[in-house]
Design a protein around this ligand. Sequence first.
Ligand SMILES: Nc1ncnc2c1ncn2[C@@H]1O[C@H](COP(=O)(O)OP(=O)(O)OP(=O)(O)O)[C@@H](O)[C@H]1O
Length: 322
Amino acid sequence: MNVIEVNNLSKTYGKNNVVKNVNLVVKKGEIYGFLGRNGAGKSTFINMITGIINPSAGSFTLLNEPNLQNVKRRIGVLPDYSTFYDSLTAIGHLKYFTGIHGRSISTAECKWVLQRVGLSEHANKRAGKFSFGMKKKLGIAQAIAHNPELIFLDEPTSGIDAESALMIQKLMLELKEAGKTIFMTSHNLNEIEKICTRLAIMRDGVIINEGTLDELRAHYLSAITVQIKHSPFSSKQNEVIPFLQSIGKEIITKDNKTTLTLDTEEKIPVIIRAMMNLKINVYRINVDEPSLEEIFLDHRNQGTVTKENTLSNTISKLKMSI
Ligand SMILES: Nc1ncnc2c1ncn2[C@@H]1O[C@H](COP(=O)(O)OP(=O)(O)OP(=O)(O)O)[C@@H](O)[C@H]1O
């Protein structure tokens, strides 16, 4: 089921077209990551589809309902700028905002939500005395306290400490397990890589790439470089080198290490099997594969992906296929 459907959504400020004809679909149960550098248009996009600002053109539906007013109670939002009442406690905020959503929440339920975002000790403290990070956590608590089906989180972990960020990431995964859908922005690519099921990269108001991390990687990866540490080729040299030349390119063998490029990772197990048949032991395999950071930086710089990564999942795939 599609819980977010966006069609040709645009926002213009004067002559500045900051979101341009964006189309997007998010399915139930996803944690959807929305990436882009500062000023790309991410918050403007979220603000439009959560009713904080009006679009200049285009349309969207949330939870299959074209009228946003009819679903407001079923969505939760942490906007880019949250406002709090200085004299209201954390519990007071949760009671007040769940009330706005037409629901009531007990003090015990408030405490449970506050505990989940790491604010247990501050449940009865006034928001006026909260630090930036504490306010961010309170904003997240407010977004989820009324038990919404669809949750928008604009930079939920920016400005909060590393331990708390892990706690929030765990909470998001639990919400996903409970069937909720999360649409989030973040500049923490490690976080996006860890928890998001799909993601989109926005640049200058346009989505320039969209899909799972593997799909984005595949889009960027025209060749993979593999380095194999093995026992000496010795007398098998005349058999193994022609075989490698038939399967890959740019083959370099030195000190019992062979590096070559392949057009698909499917060829890696073929090489392993061939080496084993020739009684050559394979000790280690390193595979170049771009991280999300490299894909993202590549978008910024239009450069090439260069960093080397050892991927344990590729190794385990190989182990399974041997
Ligand atoms: N109210 C406004 N009036 C005029 N321009 C605006 C307004 N709000 C945002 N913009 C412009 O729209 C563009 C997109 O801003 P937006 O806040 O959506 O970016 P963002 O991707 O969320 O950035 P960040 O990662 O820094 O939060 C920017 O150029 C910004 O200056």
